[in-house]
Design a protein around this ligand. Structure first.
Ligand code: HEM
Length: 149
């Protein structure tokens, strides 16, 4: 019973986090570049992150709590350790984005310093791109991993 709830919450949190990053990086980013000038585009991103990042914090907490609890119930296979290692890297990258470039982006937009804002947004884009790839690899390891590692 607890196992099914933990697994469902774990996977839901993964879907929200990785799916949200995929949408932001692959759909919203190119659409915003094509249609908006820097002042509007950077303002849109601050408004978007302001709504998305609290969800990511919640996802990180849910993934960690459910994942660590499930680990106490399972024989710890290599694919589970790999998932945990990749998951922790993803969480550290997210925290770096949140406390460094996102902070810079908010300050730049508040003071209308568009070139600095553009630089900070470029860093966020790079880290979100890396985290999307690690997220997809982690999902493959988590689901298919038991058959090959
Ligand atoms: C950071 C710490 C994490 C821990 C300790 C952890 C641990 C676990 C455990 C014990 C399971 C159950 C294993 C099983 O069903 O065989 C599981 C399932 C799963 N995890 Fe994680 N996980 C973590 C992070 C992540 C991340 C970051 C992702 C994806 C981005 C992820 C994706 C999944 C998926 C998709 C499943 C379902 C696998 C299935 O039932 O086929 N996990 N996790």
């Amino acid at each position: 019973m607890f196992m099914s709830i933990a697994l469902a919450l774990h996977v839901l949190a993964v879907v929200v986090w990785v799916g949200g990053m995929f949408f932001a990086h692959q759909a919203l980013r190119p659409a915003a570049v094509d249609t908006l000038e820097p002042p509007l585009r950077l303002t849109l991103w601050v408004a978007t992150f302001k709504r998305f990042f609290p969800w990511v914090w919640l996802c990180v907490i849910v993934i960690l709590v459910t994942g660590l609890w499930m680990m106490t119930q399972f024989p710890k296979a290599i694919y589970i350790h790999s998932m945990m290692g990749l998951g922790i890297i993803m969480m550290l990258l997210f925290m770096h984005v949140f406390f460094a470039p996102y902070n810079k982006l908010k300050k730049a937009v508040a003071s209308e310093s568009w070139p600095e804002g553009g630089k900070a947004l470029g860093q966020i884009r790079m880290f979100v791109g890396i985290n999307t790839v690690i997220g997809i690899v982690t999902i493959i390891v988590a689901t298919a991993g038991r058959y090959f590692i």
